[in-house]
Ligand binder design. Structure first.
Ligand code: MG
Length: 271
């Protein structure tokens, strides 16, 4: 016997799109579906992340909270850890001829959301690239530059918030030396085929002091550093593991850091 549709449903004028078809014996007829229901997705349900007053999401991995350097190690066995001063991690600048000694995380990361705060010394010396230089290297290979760029001329793809030598920042949001500044970034690691071919370049979106400075830029390869620095062209991609340590650069300037956390991110398949 056909199911009687309540008058109230009809009056609601849902404009039902699913027209009931004769159902096999014993099978309930399909219900009328409001059209807007067809575009609703109910699962999977996003996990809950809480954000307390500290601003650190509940699922973040805290890499430095001011108390210790347990998450870090020098990149060289003969290198030293940096020092903690008033809750900040301060680079102990190497002195030539000793080569610089960056710090890297003990944990490896692929795609991440990063928050980090940094400060150029108030009494910073030097000019150009020799003025408060440091940097954040995703996977130890892809640098977002740290530099005193409030009052310091240099090549624009090497100023603060540049993806070093690859992308100048959209704007210069730098604060004065001595002031704390922040980076918030989303880094998507490059993808490589089993034979080493590049399938997808690394991509970065970044905010400097809350201001958009890099919008989904594709990297041409690792940013120049170390053995690749003095080359006339930028280094190409070379296949590497899916996860590698995050690195902070010792560029012989006592830059300070605080409140460093990351959230490894997993994007839906195909995104
Ligand atoms: Mg640098």
């Amino acid at each position: 016997m056909p199911r009687k549709i309540p008058a109230l449903v009809v009056a609601a004028a849902f404009h039902a799109v699913a027209v009931a078809q004769p159902a096999p014996t014993g099978t309930p007829p399909p219900r009328a579906v409001a059209p807007e229901k067809l575009t609703e997705v109910w699962s999977p349900v996003p996990p809950v992340v809480t954000v307390p007053a500290s601003g650190i999401p509940s699922d973040a991995i805290v890499l430095f909270d001011g108390s210790n350097l347990d998450a870090w190690k020098p990149v060289r066995a003969d290198g030293q850890l940096w020092k903690i001063v008033d809750g900040a991690m301060v680079i102990v600048p190497s002195r030539a001829p000793t080569p610089p000694c960056d710090l890297q995380t003990k944990q490896a990361f692929g795609d991440v959301q990063l928050h980090l705060e940094w400060r150029i010394p108030a009494d910073v010396k030097g000019s150009g690239q020799d003025r408060g230089n440091s940097g954040v290297f995703f996977m130890g290979l892809y640098e977002i530059q740290i530099l005193e760029s409030h009052d310091n001329q240099t090549y624009v793809n090497g100023q603060a918030a540049s993806i070093y030598k690859e992308h100048a920042p959209l704007v210069n949001a730098s604060r004065s030396p001595g002031e704390w500044q922040s980076y918030d970034a989303v880094f998507l690691a490059p993808r490589f085929a089993d034979d080493g071919r590049l399938l997808r370049p690394a991509r970065i979106t970044a905010f400097h002091n809350g201001v958009l400075v890099q919008h989904d830029v594709a990297l041409t390869g690792p940013t120049p550093n170390g053995s690749t620095f003095h080359q006339p062209t930028l280094p190409p991609y070379a296949a590497h593991p899916a996860k590698l340590p995050l690195l902070l650069q010792d560029h012989r300037s006592p830059v300070s850091f605080r409140n460093i956390w990351v959230r490894p991110i997993e994007l839906p398949v195909g995104k």
